[in-house]
Write a protein that binds this ligand. Structure first.
Ligand code: NAD
Ligand code: ZN
Ligand code: ZN
Length: 346
């Protein structure tokens, strides 16, 4: 089969690899129908995730059809159409029992990281019963690719951890796919204000279309002053960090109102300064989380019932075999006006 293979920082190629086989009775082999590229794949290609080794097939998102199934899998059969979760979880360990699938002692985020991933014609999915989701007949499968990672990430790490409430004020720093996923799912709770902050005008315009009540380009405007103006000088109840650099976490520290929550989503590679000299008296909470994907079934229902339009996050379409060009577009997201790209295995 063909797959997108990582060969050390800056190097990748679309090449021939052996088709995966069942290794454990809990595995499934899935033929990929659609997959996509994540910001995290770009982090890997920069060399930020050193556990990813030469020869690894990248990718942790996608939908497909079951080609082969392990003997002990009971919830799926050959021919079933499935959503692949970016988190593989055994469902049996202590963390899984607590719904912390991301910390599964036998899995977690391993796809396209510690084991071969989904940017390929076929992928082996461990713990299939707990790591795959059935696709209802007649669904728009491309829209459901957004359930592998970005929607549960924005919702669990941003909206749920940030305790967004009816009438509350929310600022989301970073209007990439993850920040936009938080924006879309925050609206389940009818907050009074959702303020999106990003230096990319195109992404801010998209945010406005997706329901942001205010947008701030923090290249041109002072985001702290503008948010204070918009909130009677208080700041926001929930500040969601969706970038992953020190400047944006520190911005959240300046935006959060007394009693508020900073909900971090971004993957951080550097330490961040914590301003306890001001925050100690402000009754604030800081949360962090690796996405667990425990809300995937609930989010699927909101897409099926058209309460959530996940398809609008897709901007570009490619053939799977054209993945090198797709990476090029995704790597130049600002210039190409790209959010999520869909790769079709035709
Ligand atoms: N916690 C988790 O489980 C989890 C899961 C998936 C992704 N992530 C992380 O979430 C983050 C966002 O992912 P993404 O795919 O949307 O990334 P992205 O790179 O596509 O988007 C980031 C956005 O931040 C904006 N930005 C850059 N500098 C900024 C600044 N100074 N102020 C405001 N905005 C700024 C960019 O213009 C861009 O729109 C990444 O760090 C990613 O690794 C975390
Ligand atoms: Zn991802
Ligand atoms: Zn487990």
């Amino acid at each position: 089969m063909k797959a997108l293979v990582y060969h050390g920082p800056g190097n990748k190629s679309w090449e021939e690899k052996p088709k995966p086989v069942i290794k454990e009775p809990t595995d499934a082999i899935v033929k990929i129908l659609k997959t996509t590229i994540c910001g995290t794949d770009l982090h890997i290609l920069k060399g930020d995730v050193p556990e990813v080794t030469d020869g690894r097939i990248l990718g942790h998102e996608g939908v497909g059809v079951i080609e082969e199934i392990g003997n002990s899998v009971t919830g799926f059969k050959k021919g079933d159409h499935v959503i692949i979760s970016c988190i593989s979880s055994c469902g049996k360990c202590d963390y899984c029992k607590r719904g912390m699938y991301s910390h599964c002692e036998n899995g977690g985020w391993i796809l396209g990281h510690l084991i071969d991933g989904t940017q390929a014609e076929y992928v082996r999915i461990p713990f299939a019963d707990n790591s795959l989701y059935h696709i209802p007949a007649g669904s728009d499968e491309e829209a459901l690719v957004m359930l592998s990672d970005i929607l549960p990430t924005g919702f669990e790490c941003g909206v749920l951890n940030g305790k967004v409430q009816p009438g509350s004020t929310v600022a989301i720093v970073g209007s990439g796919p993850i920040g936009l996923a938080a924006l879309l799912t925050a609206q389940f709770y009818s907050p009074a204000e959702i303020i999106m902050i990003d230096p990319d005008d195109n992404r801010l315009e998209t945010a406005k279309k997706f329901g942001a009540t205010q947008i701030i380009n923090n290249n041109r405007e002072n985001a702290v002053e503008k948010v204070k103006q918009l909130t009677n000088n208080r700041g926001v109840d929930t500040a969601i960090e969706a970038v992953g650099i020190p400047a944006t976490f520190e911005l959240c520290e300046s935006l959060v109102a007394p009693g508020g929550i900073i909900a971090n989503i971004g993957v951080h590679g550097k330490s961040v300064e914590l301003h306890l000299e001001t925050l100690w008296a402000h009754n604030i909470t800081i949360t962090t989380r690796l996405v667990d994907t425990v809300t995937t079934p609930m989010l699927l229902k909101t897409i099926q019932s058209k309460k959530l339009n996940s398809k609008q996050l897709i901007t570009h379409y490619f053939k799977l075999s054209d993945i090198i060009n797709a990476y090029d577009t995704f790597q130049h997201a600002a210039k190409e006006k790209a959010l999520k790209v869909i790769l079709r295995n035709e």
